[in-house]
Design a protein around this ligand. Structure first.
Ligand code: NAD
Length: 261
């Protein structure tokens, strides 16, 4: 319960990594604002479960972070509902896979808006109150693709490299203020986003699920194991702790040695 009394906004927290982060923060005593798409009943079930299980306030605000106005109103409403936001986790993200020549321009725009620009808008909106409280944590869920490239992921790789760069600038501008800003760079994590890539591989290459998973991991992630949303959540908790007060501007891989190669 080391984060009791802190208030967190986690974008894209109705699924996958974001949900794992919200769970970890709530478990540590944080009040949380969830955001992301999903059915009303699934979102209500998640919201009620987290609140009951951990005894914290949990809200959901249904903003589309690909839109600037939604980001600004999400920041304002989240601050209003919890009385302020101390921890911002920029996690919402989407993927699209195609060669550069075949990449639809609208997918490029959507990925840049969701995976990069949303972080700028939310950070700009929430930083003033973090500065005035002399404490804040901004954690950007980038990717190994913020550090290295892969074929067919031009928009995703460009956005995630941008996120790593933005993280450095925010860390420099906030250094010494009590606010830190870091990126987490996961390799393969088994979530609905990766599930879609496994299913594509099974279909296109006519292989079993086990074989598709094995091939995905073997190609990039030497540990041969998926990371888990709970492991990413645990790193977020550490970054929010006082032990990490001087850890800022970093991009931390959780990638089974993918980027060590
Ligand atoms: P996911 O598809 O399971 O979850 C994505 C979440 O973002 C969902 O809650 C979805 O509703 C939300 N979202 C998408 N577009 C949104 C929008 N416009 N506005 C608001 N919410 C929106 O994906 P995931 O695998 O949990 O990915 C989470 C983050 O982690 C992403 O930024 C992704 O790039 C990053 N990441 C994932 C992996 C992986 O292997 N799964 C690896 C590296 C980085």
């Amino acid at each position: 319960m080391s984060l009791k009394g802190k208030r967190a906004l986690i974008t894209g927290s109705t699924s996958g990594i974001g949900q794992g982060i919200a769970e970890a923060l709530a478990c540590d005593g944080c009040d949380v604002v969830l955001n992301g798409f999903g059915t009303a009943s699934d979102i209500e079930t998640l919201t009620l479960r987290l609140a009951a299980q951990y005894g914290v306030s949990v809200r959901h605000i249904a903003a589309d972070v690909a839109k600037m106005e939604d980001c600004r109103s999400l920041a304002a409403r989240a601050s209003e509902e919890l009385g302020g936001i101390d921890i911002l986790v920029n996690n919402a993200g989407i993927q699209y896979v195609a060669s550069v020549e075949q990449f639809p321009a609208e997918q490029w725009d959507a990925i840049l808006a969701t995976n990069l620009s949303a972080t700028f808008h939310l950070t700009a909106a929430l930083l003033p109150s973090m500065r005035s409280g002399s404490w804040g944590r901004i954690i950007n869920i980038a990717s190994v693709h913020g550090l290295v490239g892969s074929i067919f992921k031009s928009a995703y790789v460009a956005a995630k490299h941008g996120l790593v760069g933005l993280t450095k600038v925010v860390a420099l501008e906030t250094a010494g203020s009590g606010v830190t800003c870091n990126s987490i760079c996961p390799g393969w994590v088994l979530t609905p986003m990766v599930e879609r890539q496994i299913e594509d591989k099974m279909r296109i290459e006519s292989v079993s699920r086990e074989e598709a998973e094995r091939q995905l991991l073997a190609a990039k992630q030497p540990s041969g194991q998926f990371a888990t949303p709970a492991q990413i959540g645990a790193l977020v908790i550490f970054l929010c702790s006082e032990s990490a007060a001087n850890l800022t501007g970093a991009s931390l891989p959780v990638d089974g040695a993918w980027t060590a190669q």
